[in-house]
Design a binder for this molecule. Structure first.
Ligand code: F6P
Length: 548
């Protein structure tokens, strides 16, 4: 089979065959597929360590998967996976390798990037993080006046916030270090409210910014510094401010001494950086051993991803099924529903991971893509989501594929947790099965005539709404690592199939550029540059409210 590269994937025969297959199968109901095949769950589910992926409640048949695997082959998915794993510069618009997987390699592995083995550097940084967090946790690193550090404030945004924040909340039962707070928003309320009640003498700030140029983070870092200096002498800064960045110069200029700087590398994308020194806040909270378990879980998923055949490969299956809905069904969104309070920020993390990676309209060589790419990712923790937007999933008019993430065990009340799990399972069943008119009518005992005609359709559910269930034996540092790496690879596979560069984010950069221009214009008396009438009007209204 000829391998087609880049944007002409949609000119391939298999692309056309997938469209044809979608047209001829779109009326098939998943109920029929389950009724016809008692072994459907066995065939369409996969286990890896403590993780079970049930993808049987999808609008797929063996033929669908066959075609999707062929699509992956035509897109040279394997070649692209090997290129990433081997450290090739697959982030072409920034001329960078993409090696978050190297952050999870064991110490005895080796990986050459431009002739340099990066694994020793990765482990040297991990060792520095471990020594520092060990000292802080043990009280050997103290505040300037001798107090033990009780609170850590991570100042970062996007990938320098979402991953560590999510992981910190997910691993709350493992916290035995200082309290950790995350401040991301440039809204001054975020920092101010976080600092309320904190004691400068026992607070440690981590300025976490890969570039060390992100205005939101730098403004918060300067504000935090002012707050601190209002309560402590300048030399005390060195005991209370550390930084995580690839930009050593800018961190130095801010006043971070070299010993307080934890570096990483340009081959780690922001949204893939939890595993680097960006995870320092997490390590401070849960300790080195748990952080290493997280890495080990992610590495287990990496090994699976790089080595399992596509037919038994979790990220590949999830990604291709996503492509099926997104590109061939025209589904615009994908919902993420974690049935675990600790995972409540997972939708936000996956949102950045997926939408910043695959929200692209041109291929990796700048060619326009004539098909839909990354979906809108959204979601909310279960069961709260059921009482918010599930009505639309059950009886609305849209196709909304979703993922249910459900740990089987809880560290809290088991009986109550059982209700949570039952709700998750019930939702996927209801979404898949629906309820026919006949079933609805049968339940409406004692109702007849016009009342029955009116009520029955309203109590009917079309079903056929697809979902994956990711069941975790329990949420642990290891399974969390697996889960997050699984989504990273899923996103990679989809980008690879669509032929785009999942590792840049020029759209976000553009927004930053415009905000930089507008910020000074909000001040009274400053000339306002060229804008549309709406933006002019809004700037005017801001100035008006500040006029007196
Ligand atoms: O949101 C855009 C982005 O560039 C992300 O990719 C990144 O995670 C975030 O900003 C923060 O960037 P930095 O870590 O450089 O401050």
């Amino acid at each position: 089979m000829a391998t087609i590269r880049f944007n002409d994937i949609n000119a391939s025969q298999v692309w056309a065959r997938l469209h044809q297959h979608q047209r001829s199968t779109r009326h098939v109901h998943m109920r029929e597929l389950f009724d016809a095949d008692p072994g459907r769950f066995e065939r369409f589910s996969l286990r890896l360590d403590g993780l079970l992926l049930d993808y049987s409640k999808n609008r797929i048949t063996d033929r669908t998967l066959e075609l999707l695997f062929e699509l992956a082959e035509v897109a040279d998915l394997k070649g692209q996976m090997d290129a990433m794993r081997g450290g090739e510069r697959i982030n072409v618009s920034e001329n960078r390798a993409v090696l978050h997987t190297a952050l999870r390699l064991p110490a005895d592995a080796s990986l050459l990037v431009d002739g340099v083995d990066v694994v020793p550097e990765v482990h040297a940084t991990l060792a520095r993080m471990a020594a520092f967090s060990g000292d802080v946790r043990a009280g050997d690193w103290r505040g300037h006046a001798g107090q033990k550090i009780t609170d850590v404030v991570n100042l970062g945004i996007g990938g320098s916030d979402l991953g560590p924040l999510l992981a910190c909340e997910a691993l709350a039962p493992w916290h035995d270090g200082p309290r950790v707070h995350y401040v991301s928003n440039v809204d001054p309320a975020h920092l101010a409210r976080t600092l309320e009640g904190l004691d400068a003498a026992s607070t440690l700030f981590i300025v976490c910014s890969k570039s060390f140029t992100t205005p939101e983070t730098l403004l918060n870092a300067h504000a935090a510094r002012r707050w601190f200096l209002a309560r402590a002498p300048e030399p005390a800064l060195a005991r209370h401010f550390v930084a995580v960045s690839t930009n050593t110069c800018a961190a130095g200029a801010f006043g971070i001494p070299p010993d307080n700087l934890f570096g990483f590398w340009d081959w780690v994308g922001g949204r893939y950086s939890l595993w680097s020194a960006v995870g320092l806040s997490l390590m401070l909270a849960v300790g080195e051993a748990n952080f290493r378990e997280l890495l080990a879980g992610a590495h287990a998923m990496d090994t699976h991803f790089f080595e399992a055949p596509f037919t038994r490969n979790m990220p590949v299956l999830m990604a291709l099924i996503g492509v099926w809905y997104n590109t061939f069904y025209g589904a615009h969104t994908h919902a993420i529903m974690p049935y675990d309070h600790g995972l409540r920020r997972l939708p936000a993390h996956i949102q950045q991971l997926d939408m910043e990676s695959n929200g692209k309209r041109v291929g990796r060589y700048g060619e326009r893509l004539d098909f839909d790419t990354g979906p809108v990712i959204w979601g909310e923790e279960g069961v709260n989501s059921q009482h918010a937007f599930f009505q639309l999933l059950h009886q609305g008019t849209r196709l909304v594929p979703s993922d249910f993430i459900v740990p089987m065990q809880s560290r809290y009340d088991d009986a109550q947790h059982r209700v949570l799990v039952a709700n998750a399972f019930a939702q996927t069943e209801a979404l898949m099965r629906g309820k026919t008119v006949a079933e609805a009518m049968a339940e409406l005992t004692g109702v007849s005539g016009e009342a029955l005609d009116m009520l029955a359709p309203q109590k009917t559910f079309p079903g056929n709404q697809p979902s994956n269930t990711l069941a975790l034996s329990a949420l642990t540092p290891h399974t969390l690592g697996m889960l997050l790496a699984l989504y990273e690879h899923k996103v990679f596979v989809q980008g690879a199939v669509w032929g785009l560069n999942s590792f840049d984010q020029w759209g976000v950069e553009y927004g930053k550029q415009l905000a930089r221009a507008i910020a000074p214009e909000l001040e009274q008396g400053v000339d306002v540059g060229e804008h549309d009438s709406s933006t002019h009007g809004l700037i005017g209204f801001y100035r008006e409210t500040h006029a007196q």
